[in-house]
Design a protein around this ligand. Structure first.
Ligand code: DSN
Length: 428
């Protein structure tokens, strides 16, 4: 026990310590283009790695089931106040461990078992928790789904109105994990009201854009708004629910004790720090640069002959059709070839995909993480060319060697986590 409170992970557990160091190097030396990922600040990382992990705080500030919660209350109250200010919401619950758990708590608030929901199809850009048959949302509720139009590859709001009238959902779910276009929350709110439904807007991907006014806010049009905190919002991995005051008590009851037990106070501390960062003026500059970078990346990919689903993007992500009706390669092959040159993306189905989800015809690219590193439009142009070169010649070792070198040169210009990056010991 002598060094229990003093030895760091390097001394205490070399296996895990080495894996952490390897992951710092992987993130630093590669180009991270997964649209749902980002790099938190050192301040957020530090807040997360604190003794608040030791604390049980079931309940809510000033109403806990455990003693010793006075500092947990400081942390949770700060996170709540900042989240409300950031999004202009009446009420915030900062305890959901994840976006899925935030969504589960809202569905339990708005619905009874077996009620009808209407959500966006996963293969058209929706999310598992919006009614997928293998998810709790598809198991516990009756599901109808909507998608994008074949011509525009964008949500067809007239069709959505028709589906709402046909299925009469109690809850209409909007928001997406792979939809590159602006979501018309106002229209969705009108559609819902016309059939007596409530709306849950899951803004996990676009939360940073919404917080800074660069995407229209759902707050005044939708009864419930959920998000993760780690995507464009650039906080720790976790969830958040925003709602009107009238639903506050029910939402709180559904999060705890409905879905979760003790909150992760160390993560809530990190959420508070991240929300504080998002309230600063330069966060809007950052979000605008995410958008500028997505535009530049899309143009570069188009110029290199790749097809962008829906013709472009209004937000932080691009869905790229790399299969192109059999003329190109599958999303799976593209993901693997790009991984070999340290460009990280994920394969993704495109609307009306003819390939199975695990193979997919597309890749999804997002600019939040590289924008955090400080990259700008010219860097995106260069990255677009690198990606296209690999996709056009996925078997060419010469292309891969060249792109690997280009990736190394580019990433070296944008260092991150200086205190955490350790050179790999020779022979290790
Ligand atoms: N897995 C997340 C994403 O990548 O978008 C959604 O939960």
């Amino acid at each position: 026990m002598s060094n229990f409170f003093s030895a760091g992970v390097a001394e205490a557990d070399p296996l895990i310590s080495n894996a952490i160091d390897d992951e710092v190097r992987r993130q630093t030396n590669g180009l991270e283009l997964i649209a749902s990922e980002n790099f938190v600040s050192e301040a957020v990382l530090q807040a997360m790695g604190t003794v608040f992990t030791n604390k049980y705080a079931e309940g809510y500030p000033a109403k806990r089931y455990y003693g010793g919660c006075q500092f947990a209350d400081v942390v949770e109250n700060a996170a709540i106040d900042r989240a409300k200010q950031l999004f202009g919401a009446d009420h915030a619950n900062v305890q959901p461990h994840s976006g899925a758990q935030a969504n589960m708590a809202v569905l339990m608030t708005a619905l009874d078992h077996g009620d009808q929901i209407l959500g966006m199809n996963l293969s058209h850009g929706g999310h598992l928790t919006h009614g997928h048959p293998l998810n709790f949302s598809g198991i516990n509720y009756k599901v109808a789904d909507y998608g994008v139009s074949r011509e525009t590859e964008q949500i067809d709001y007239d069709e959505l109105q028709k589906l709402a009238e046909e299925h009469r959902p109690k809850l209409l779910i909007c928001g997406a994990s792979a939809y590159p276009r602006t979501i018309n929350f106002e229209r969705i709110g009108e559609i819902a009201r016309s059939v007596g439904a409530r709306v849950m807007a899951d803004i996990a991907h676009i939360a940073g854009l919404v917080a800074t006014g660069l995407h229209p806010s759902p707050i005044s049009h939708c009864e419930f708004v959920t998000t993760t905190t780690h995507k464009t919002l650039r906080g720790p991995r976790g969830g958040l629910i925003l709602c009107r005051e009238e639903f506050a008590a029910d939402v709180n009851r559904r999060v705890f004790p409905g879905v979760q037990g003790g909150p992760l106070v160390h993560v809530i501390a990190a959420k508070a720090v991240a929300f504080g960062e998002a309230l600063k003026d330069d966060f809007k500059t950052y979000q605008q640069q995410i958008l500028n970078n997505a535009q530049a990346l899309g143009t570069a990919l188009k110029d290199a002959g790749l097809r962008i689903v829906s013709g472009g993007t209004d937000n932080h992500l691009l869905l790229v059709d790399v299969f192109m009706d059999g003329q190109g390669i599958t999303g799976k092959a593209a993901e693997k070839a790009l991984e070999e040159v340290e460009i990280t993306v994920n394969k993704n189905t495109i609307p009306f995909d003819t390939n199975k989800p695990f193979v997919a015809s597309g890749i999804r690219l997002g600019t939040p993480a590289l924008t955090t590193r400080g990259m700008k439009e010219d860097d995106m142009k260069a990255i677009g060319k690198m990606i296209a070169n690999v996709i056009h010649e996925p078997e060419s070792e010469e292309v891969k060697r060249r792109v690997r070198r280009e990736v190394a040169e580019l990433t070296a210009r944008f260092p991150m986590y200086p205190g955490r990056l350790k050179e790999k010991a020779s022979g290790a």
